[in-house]
Design a protein around this ligand. Structure first.
Ligand code: BES
Ligand code: ZN
Length: 466
């Protein structure tokens, strides 16, 4: 292992330069007209890079963005007949960078400040999966046999629901066969509190549009005699929660699996405080469901959120109208064992039932991704926790997180494998926000963690198979 770790140390500067090259691509999957070419160029760059470091790499075209599959050649694996196979997953697509004016330096011009690399996609997810890639490179370049087979899958549509990957996994189930999946596309509470995540929330999306008059009306002529769709939308949205932060949709909590007392106990070891969350978000006061801690609310309880609302006149000055339409984009974060389609059914029924007769309601459904939960124990979990501990120098805690990577369930359903997530991103990395960054210390530790992970899989899993 020393050779592998030394390689990572001596090539640190080089790997930062390479990561800068990777984040320079504006691979924004949500805006294909504007960024489609950059996205393809990013995939090409990754294919070349994976090939250069010695992986057997294939670029698979899809009806959306290409999927990259890169494998460690068999001859690089120690005891290849009995060695376990792990799958690693990452995504090269990124969130839209807007609003541009809030970035201190442009989103696709990587800049280092205070040992952080600022760029869209630096943390989510380029920096994190690149750390795994660099660990594999270190084994290959130092001639150190890998203790496990590794298949690295990198997709380009994660931020828009992984549309192409579902059928890809089904069609390539044989060649993707593995014993376990590891993903670093998530967070840790801090460098002194590294974690391995064993549960994520799911997410379902919907758009609601209310239409009143068939055009915007003069509010002096008609105001007071016709319902205002913007007002009605606000009223409707306000019915979703009660005063205790509970969701009022009938049946919504029926399938929610409660946290165990062991889980709640283990979360107490995490450093997060109400004060730290207040500081991170800038809110004047926290909010949430009665009876749960802030950490539980944002990781282990379901939510309904408005992501955007539109109605009426948005220009400068005033315009005296009753708008014709008002609409809201809504997503729900769901927890085990909620069903994302069932939750959409429940929300749709609730909104229709509550909608007044003065406006017409139109509902359009979006993606529906399942929540995930696995056991934080077992040989692969021990390997991950040991690797995290060795890299960060602190015991690995276990965590649930509130974000979603719904495709994990497809890997489970199709390939029968479980996933653990040794995250590398810090709470202030600004995933999806302006000024996204990745801590270069996390990058360094992430590469080392990944190198140890392969080693520990050798110890925990391969060893017992020989
Ligand atoms: N990296 C995130 C997922 C994540 C974030 C996991 C924080 C744990 C903690 C991922 O790129 C993401 O943003 N996923 C989307 C999924 C959606 C588009 C289907 C999300 O969570 O909003
Ligand atoms: Zn994301």
């Amino acid at each position: 292992m020393q050779k592998v770790i030394d390689y990572l140390t001596t090539h640190n500067e080089q790997s930062i330069e390479q990561l800068k090259d990777l984040v320079r691509f504006a691979s924004v999957s949500a805006q294909p007209e504007k960024y489609g070419r950059e996205t393809l160029a990013c995939a090409d760059w990754l294919v070349r890079h994976c090939t250069d470091i010695g992986l057997e790499t294939v670029l698979h075209q899809t009806s959306g963005n290409p999927i990259i599959v890169a494998r460690v050649p068999r001859e690089r694996v120690a005891n290849p007949d009995s060695a376990p196979t792990i799958l690693l997953y990452g995504h090269y697509d990124v969130q839209p960078p807007e609003p541009f004016e809030l970035w201190e330096t442009p989103p696709f011009e990587p800049t280092i400040r205070n040992n952080n690399l600022f760029a869209r996609g630096a943390a989510d997810n380029k920096g994190q999966h690149f750390a795994h890639l660099k660990a594999i490179e270190a084994y290959i370049r130092t001639g150190t046999p890998l203790p496990c087979h590794i298949t690295f899958l990198i997709e380009g549509e994660e931020e828009v629901g992984s549309g192409s990957l579902y059928s890809f996994i089904e069609e390539h189930a044989d060649s993707l066969k593995a014993d376990f999946l590891f993903i670093s596309d998530n967070g840790i509470p801090g460098l002194e509190h590294p974690t391995v995540t064993y549960a994520l929330r799911g997410v379902s999306a919907m758009e609601v549009e209310l239409t009143g008059p068939d055009r915007d009306l003069h509010s002096g002529f008609f105001g007071g005699a016709v319902a205002n769709p913007a007002m009605e939308l606000c009223r409707l949205m306000a019915k979703i929660h009660d005063d205790h932060g509970r969701i009022r949709i009938p049946g919504f909590y029926d399938r929610v699996r409660e946290l165990t007392s062991e889980e709640r106990e283990s979360f107490r070891m995490l450093p997060e405080t109400d004060e730290s969350v207040k500081n991170l978000t800038g809110v004047p006061e926290l909010y949430g469901e009665d009876g749960f801690t802030t950490y539980e609310r944002r990781t282990s309880r379901p939510t309904v959120e408005i992501n955007g609302m539109t109605s009426g006149y948005q220009g400068s000055g005033s315009k005296t109208i009753v708008p014709s339409k008002a609409s809201a984009k809504i997503t729900m974060r769901l927890v085990p064992d909620q069903d994302p389609t069932g939750a959409l059914d429940q929300l749709e029924q609730f909104l229709k039932d509550q909608c007044p007769p003065t406006v017409r309601i139109k509902i359009t459904r979006g993606h529906a991704g399942e929540p995930y939960l696995t056991s934080p124990d077992g040989p692969f979990a021990t390997a991950a926790r040991t690797a995290v501990e060795k890299a960060f120098g602190h015991p690995a805690l276990i965590a649930r997180e509130g974000g979603s990577i719904p495709i994990i369930n497809e890997f489970r359903n199709c390939l029968g494998i479980d996933t653990l997530l040794p995250g590398l991103s810090l709470p202030d990395d600004n995933m999806h926000s302006p000024n996204e960054k990745f801590s270069l210390e996390c990058f360094e530790k992430g590469k080392v963690m990944s190198a140890w992970l392969f080693h520990e899989i050798g110890v925990q899993v391969a060893g017992s198979r020989d």
